[in-house]
Ligand binder design. Structure first.
Ligand SMILES: [Zn+2]
Length: 364
């Protein structure tokens, strides 16, 4: 079995079993479960191997929604919306070799009044906890918080983590145009740091740029979203948020947007233009990349190699952006990045996320 596994790994980096239990014993492959390991088929979960060893994969960037909570703000999902969790999603996880998904919900409640925001978040975090409890070996959840009310958001995070077993918080890239670096949000950052839980941040669009971004090419997505993340992270660096809360575990979407690609310019600014840098951050901006976390959604091995060079492999987490079809080969992207060592690939595929999200070792 080991030889056959090694052989399959050599060919493709992947192998397929008939589900975790069977594959764990090795009998699925011994029985020749599939001669075409790239396609899992309906029956089994793709088993991801690194260096011949099965590794557990964890997706940090995966969307979902709960219609019951949306209804409190008079919102309705589309019929058959893939954001609503169902059996098809587990099937897709199996097919793409995703063992565990960390679910999150992009904020639509930042404009809500306090009472409404309280109700939406309470119901949503309850539904998230229920769903994760129904699939404890496949799902973990990130808490929603009403960040427009930072004190309430801090309470919601603590409640979500301590009472509902959620693993961290998920934020938008700004709150109605207000930067996350605003000192107004410090009570929330303080709570996240105190709890030691990760905060994932997904970009929102940039309404101020709507005119420039109209036309062909979906620039409101491909430019605005990475730019929103770049602006958000730059302010967290230059406004001192990361100095005030040095133990924060922030994970930015889409590989941190454009920040890692051009960080040397950020390093230069306070040296070249001190008058524009009244309170310089304690460290060079590029050094903060080594404490931030980023998902792996940068598409090519070369882009991932560069992000790892700037931040370290310990800071990168596998991301799929499910159900949006930006990636269909998130696992293969990591496996195809040959500049990474086996331990680095394993860390990015799931080891880093397991630590961050406090996911224990699977039972054997
Ligand atoms: Zn996304």
């Amino acid at each position: 079995v080991l030889n056959r596994r090694a052989f399959l790994k050599d060919l493709t980096g992947v192998a397929v079993g008939l589900g975790a239990g069977v594959a764990a014993s090795g009998s699925a492959l011994a029985a020749g479960a599939s001669r075409f390991p790239q396609s899992a088929g309906a029956a089994g979960r793709r088993q991801v191997l690194v260096g011949g060893h099965r590794v557990r994969t964890i997706d940090i960037h995966a969307h979902c929604s709960f219609p019951e909570a949306m209804a409190l703000m008079d919102r309705k999902p589309a019929p058959n919306d893939p954001l609503i969790f169902g059996a098809e999603r587990l099937r897709q996880m199996d097919e793409h070799g995703i063992d565990i998904t960390a679910l999150s919900i992009n904020p639509y409640w930042y404009s809500a009044e306090r009472e409404v925001a309280r109700d939406v978040i309470a119901l949503q975090n309850e539904k998230m906890a229920e769903l994760c409890a129904a699939h404890p070996d496949r799902l973990v959840g990130l808490a929603s918080v009403a960040l427009q009310f930072p004190d309430l958001a801090a309470e919601q995070l603590e409640d979500g983590v301590k009472k509902r077993g959620l693993r961290g918080a998920h934020l938008g890239g700004h709150v109605n145009g207000e930067e996350l670096a605003s000192p107004r949000f410090d009570p929330f950052w303080a709570k996240a740091e105190e709890l030691g839980v990760p905060v994932t941040i997904h970009p929102s669009n940039i309404p101020e740029l709507a005119k420039r971004l109209e036309g062909s090419g979906y620039l409101t997505n491909i430019i605005a979203l990475p730019l929103d993340t770049t602006i958000m992270l730059s302010h967290l660096i230059f406004e001192g948020t990361l100095d005030r809360f040095p133990a924060l575990k922030i994970c930015a979407s889409h590989g941190g947007g454009f920040l890692g690609s051009y960080i040397a310019r950020s390093d230069r600014t306070c040296l070249a233009f001190p008058e524009n840098c009244k309170q310089p951050p304690k460290k060079h901006p590029s050094e903060y990349l080594k404490q931030l976390y980023f998902d792996s959604i940068v598409f090519t091995p070369e882009a991932l190699r560069h992000l790892v060079a700037e931040s370290g492999a310990s800071q990168i987490l596998l991301g799929t952006d499910y159900p949006f079809p930006w990636t269909v080969d998130a696992v293969d992207h990591i496996l195809a990045t040959h500049t990474l060592s086996n331990p680095e690939q394993e860390a990015i595929l799931g080891g880093n996320a397991a630590k961050l999200l406090r996911i224990g070792s699977p039972a054997h």
